[in-house]
Design a protein around this ligand. Structure first.
Ligand SMILES: NC(=O)c1ccc[n+]([C@@H]2O[C@H](COP(=O)([O-])OP(=O)(O)OC[C@H]3O[C@@H](n4cnc5c(N)ncnc54)[C@H](OP(=O)(O)O)[C@@H]3O)[C@@H](O)[C@H]2O)c1
Length: 270
């Protein structure tokens, strides 16, 4: 097993992927300004990961603690390599890892280039797993991993099916990892939001015929705040909003064939 290999005096850091916008950016803000301290220690430094360095720079300027900018394409085959090298060199204590980098595409599967579909799996699943595995040797008792799943983690979702399947993986991986890490005192929580007001939706809806009915848009900051509150309570899944929780409950009770029919009807597909 990967035991904790940091020094007791290693610098306390938090790491956030997808920090250049949306949900990841708000997780970084709450970690840096101490709003998450009921769930995890406030870090001395925060490492911000995404491809758009200018966006990371803008965020870093507003944070009250030092930030390290790490511009990386996590979907690339060696995407996590540089992060691993930085960990080896710096030997920090990672108190919190937030995996928020991710994307989806609303369209018929055959209308999406294979590269885009496979890139989704590379980023949403492969990179997320690699980030966890790379970070764990630097995480000790009280540390936490926050993986962003989705409401679609709970149900098959036609017309954004690879994304939905990739998020089902995130839920299963996170909950089981949480069980495996219990004896070590490292917690893992999967955050499963409904629709959130971020760039995600515009980027996912490139095919205007394929989408979309958004019943309610949540704010990314509220998703992050709720996740830390749930982490502090010892939960392994965080769901913001009564209606989203009700939908999760129904997807567990109803046959998935019916759940898919309701989704198709809601989205205007025949
Ligand atoms: N918005 C929603 O309705 C919603 C609902 C449920 C779950 N989620 C999940 O929430 C997470 C965050 O999404 P969001 O809503 O905050 O969307 P967003 O604003 O589009 O953020 C996505 C983040 O992922 C980063 N990213 C994308 N491709 C990357 C790559 N190849 N390498 C490194 N970073 C990459 C983006 O940064 P760069 O472009 O700078 O690389 C950006 O920071 C995602 O996992 C998404 O699936 C969103």
């Amino acid at each position: 097993m990967n035991e904790y290999c940091g020094q007791p005096n290693g610098r306390i850091i938090a790491v956030v992927t997808g920090a250049s916008s949306g949900i990841g950016r708000d997780f970084a803000r709450l970690l840096a300004d101490g709003s998450a301290r009921s769930a995890v220690d406030t870090p001395e430094e925060i490492w911000l990961i995404a491809r758009r360095e200018d966006r990371l720079e803008t965020l870093a300027k507003e944070l009250p603690i030092p930030a390290r900018l790490i511009p990386l394409d996590l979907a690339a085959p060696d995407g996590v390599l540089r992060y691993e090298q930085m960990l080896r060199i710096e030997n920090p204590r990672v108190r919190c890892l937030v995996n928020a980098a991710g994307y989806g595409r609303f369209a018929h599967t055959l209308d999406v280039p294979a590269e885009t579909l496979l890139g989704m799996i590379d980023l949403n699943d492969r990179a997320l797993t690699a980030m966890c595995v790379a970070s764990l040797p630097y995480m000790d008792k009280g540390a936490a991993i926050v993986n962003i799943g989705s409401l679609s983690s709970f149900q098959p979702v036609p017309y954004i099916n690879v994304y939905g399947a990739s998020k089902a993986y995130v839920l299963s991986f996170s909950r089981t990892l949480n069980v495996e890490l219990k004896s070590r005192g490292v917690r893992v929580i999967c955050v499963c939001p409904g629709w959130v007001r971020t760039d995600f939706l515009d980027q996912a809806a490139t095919d205007k015929n394929a989408v979309t009915y958004f019943n309610k848009l949540w704010e990314p900051r509220d998703v992050a705040a709720r996740a830390f509150a749930d982490l502090a309570k010892g939960k392994d899944v965080s769901i913001l909003g009564f209606m989203v929780r009700a939908q999760v409950f129904l997807t567990k009770m109803l046959p998935h064939s019916l759940v898919m029919k309701i989704w198709m009807h809601q989205q205007g597909h025949t």
